[in-house]
Design a protein around this ligand. Structure first.
Ligand SMILES: [Zn+2]
Length: 305
């Protein structure tokens, strides 16, 4: 039995994973704890609570997916969306509290591992997994290995510059893919195209999808623009690592007729000719609620020394 933990900006999920299935799960708020030690105490208590509630078998390891996590050091490094503005050695903190090995990894890499081990990427030793949400995260599997790079944080497709002097990004640079393709990016595109911004009174992008279905021209064009940026971004990534399959994850990609169908067409048009017909594009096969936990648990299957 492995405990998978997914640290999010507002909520952290904790689950028990066995044989690629989430047996039980719970969640705690990420914010509102006295400090990072109190947060680690609450996480450990949640794991022990799940085990007591009927986890059959022993806990063997803990896998934690988090933003700005360094897989080599086990430290969350000054994550802008988390409450702690200092480095948090969460892997060691959980290891101390639970007495089993703990592995910390970047949440996008965890998602990629989850898809590779348990989801739509099974059997593909060259794989790209892209998570589209508030930002754009990605994880690359190349020749059967997760690409970590020299500092343990490789695979930042979302911060690939797509437009020199383009939109300002949270990373401090300009024109990154995620400034056009993420929830934030799509809302900005809509705001630039629409005369009336009433649609944006609701959070997220479902409101834009609903408006597109009702014939709102700016909303339809927002999806068309998003597809254009994403198709080229993905084709660029394919040119670098040559995956056999690209898996997309996140609420936005569920807007099938608005996004996925036109994206497939544009993506194949944008591919370098040597990849034509050699790479397919598909959507995650994992249940939304379980994917992050399975991915976090899969971090413990990595051989890092
Ligand atoms: Zn950026």
């Amino acid at each position: 039995m492995i405990a998978g933990i997914d640290i999010g900006g507002t909520t952290s999920k904790i689950g028990l994973v066995q044989d690629g299935r989430v047996l039980q799960q719970t969640r705690i708020p990420t914010t509102g704890h006295a400090d990072d030690h109190a947060f680690a105490d609450a996480l450990a208590a949640a794991v022990l609570g799940l085990l007591k509630d009927g986890g059959q078998g022993d806990l063997r390891a803990v896998g934690i997916g988090a933003p700005n996590a360094n897989q080599f050091t086990g430290i969350i490094e000054m994550a802008p969306n988390l409450p702690w503005k200092h480095d948090v050695p969460l892997a060691r903190m959980m290891q101390d509290r639970l007495g089993v090995p703990a592995v910390l990894g970047n949440d996008a890499n965890a998602a990629a591992l989850g898809e590779w081990r348990y989801g739509a990427g099974q059997g593909f030793d060259d794989l790209l997994v892209v998570t589209i949400g508030t930002g754009v995260g990605s994880g690359f599997i190349v020749n059967g290995k997760l690409v970590l790079g020299s500092a343990g944080n490789a695979g930042e497709l979302g911060h690939m510059t797509m437009a020199i002097d383009g939109r300002s990004c949270t990373c401090g640079r300009k024109g990154c893919l995620e400034t056009y393709v993420s929830i934030r990016g799509m809302r900005q595109t809509y705001a630039e195209l629409a005369d009336d911004l009433a649609v944006l009174k609701q959070d997220g992008v479902k409101c834009i999808a609903d408006a597109a279905h009702q014939g709102d021209t700016a909303a339809i064009r927002t999806f068309e623009e998003t597809v254009r940026w994403l198709a080229v971004g993905l084709a660029n990534a394919v040119a670098v690592t040559g995956p056999r399959r690209v898996v997309l994850f996140g609420g936005i990609v569920r807007s099938g007729d608005l996004l996925l169908a036109p994206l497939k067409k544009r993506f194949h048009e944008a591919l370098l000719n040597i990849y034509q017909g050699r790479v397919d594009l598909t959507v995650s096969a994992l249940p939304d609620d379980d994917a992050a936990l399975l991915g976090a648990a899969a971090l413990t299957t990595l051989d890092i020394t």
